[in-house]
Design a protein around this ligand. Structure first.
Ligand code: SAM
Ligand code: SF4
Ligand code: SF4
Length: 335
């Protein structure tokens, strides 16, 4: 197993399979125009599979497919089929759910273990205001289909924004119970892409707990980002407090973009190009040595450093900076 400079192993890999998206969430893609990764730069499924083998050799046991919107990538079940043959404990997908009703069966048949769907509101008009697309009914249908196809591990991720959807926590928990999914409330993060971020709009872990009411913490030995809680009726939910209570100390997550850039932190300014050596014919040992070198030098604590800024904290990048390097965008890097 490979550990970084702070003794954190490399266990989790998030693969962004496309930077394109069919929604425009206000906390992720609020702008009118974006610079996209060129098509010729996008890794093929065979290239992704070859890189995943190298990551597995270094200790990765959990893979999550994300994006952009991963279901926009044509033939995604074929990639799932390739990855499902590998020695992974967990093979998951994060999606906005718009296309999930059409693809859930093929993904389950291909061997995907579980699905997380992002769902911020159950109100159609609010969904349009938040995402600039009228697609809530499709998302709900996608979640219902996923609930049928994936008996275990369905999660609903909600970014909670003050004054936007913090009044819906109870309804979202009730909906989660109906579709047999655990809801996770995520604090609004000042990641690249969140050009409208402000401290005032963060609805914190403490505020979420106060709003939900009587919940007890579930004690777990886990490096997962979500803290879990139980309500008096037995329902459980999670909170991902990346903004006010970050968990960098146990972070075992790496990210691979659709064009083969390897990032060791969501907030990292730069990454390592894996596509060029891969396409130049680097051997498995050479690629592993490259990955090992990067991971063992890793000291990232991005969210903790952001927290230390206190009231100086504001949006990480302006739109012009993001246009200069789309790899800084959350929708490129993969959430
Ligand atoms: N498009 C897919 C989706 O929305 O599920 C996958 C990619 S998206 C970048 C992954 C996750 O990042 C989503 O759950 C989204 O809510 C979250 N995300 C994006 N911007 C965020 C922000 N500023 N703060 C917190 N979470 C954010
Ligand atoms: Fe929303 Fe996900 Fe698309 Fe970002 S990538 S705009 S979070 S659906
Ligand atoms: Fe890991 Fe970076 Fe997120 Fe901290 S900010 S939890 S180091 S990805």
């Amino acid at each position: 197993m490979t550990s970084d400079a702070l003794a954190r192993p490399l266990r989790n890999l998030r693969i962004s399979v496309t930077d394109r998206c069919n929604l425009r969430c206000a906390y992720c893609m609020p702008e009118e125009d974006y610079v996209w990764l060129p098509n010729g730069e996008i890794l093929s499924f065979e290239e992704i599979s070859a890189l995943v083998d190298r990551f597995i050799a270094l200790g990765v046991r959990k893979v999550r497919l994300t994006g952009g919107e991963p279901l926009l990538r044509r033939d995604l079940p074929k990639l799932v089929e390739l990855l499902a043959k590998k020695p992974l404990e967990d093979l998951a997908l994060t999606t906005n759910g718009v296309l999930l009703a059409d693809h859930a069966k093929a993904l389950a048949d291909a061997g995907l273990h579980r699905v997380t769907v992002s769902l911020d509101t159950l109100k159609p008009a609010r969904f349009v205001a938040l995402t600039r697309r009228d697609a809530l009914a499709k998302v709900i249908a996608g979640i219902e289909e996923a609930s049928r196809r994936f008996a275990k591990g369905l999660k609903l991720d909600t970014v909670v924004i003050k004054g936007l959807n913090d009044d819906e926590l109870g309804e979202l928990l009730a909906f989660g119970a109906r579709v047999n999914a655990e809801v996770r409330f995520i604090e609004y993060m000042d990641v690249g892409g969140a050009t409208l971020w402000s401290r005032e709009q963060v609805f914190s872990r403490a505020e979420i707990l106060a709003r939900v009411g009587d919940a007890e913490a579930i004690v777990e030995d886990s490096t997962a980002p979500a803290e879990r809680f139980r309500l008096p009726d037995g329902r459980t939910f999670g909170i991902i407090a990346s903004t006010t209570a970050p968990f960098c100390r146990t972070c075992d997550r790496a990210r691979l973009t659709a064009d083969g850039m390897f990032f060791t932190c969501l907030y990292a300014r730069s990454g390592t190009d894996l596509k060029t050596p891969l396409r130049a014919g680097a051997s498995p040992a050479e690629l592993e040595s490259l990955l090992r070198g990067v991971w063992s030098a890793r000291t990232d604590r991005g969210a903790e450093q952001r927290l230390a800024l206190r009231d100086q904290r504001a949006a990480l990048f302006r739109h012009e900076e993001l246009n200069g390097d789309p790899h800084l965008e959350m929708h490129t890097r993969g959430g």
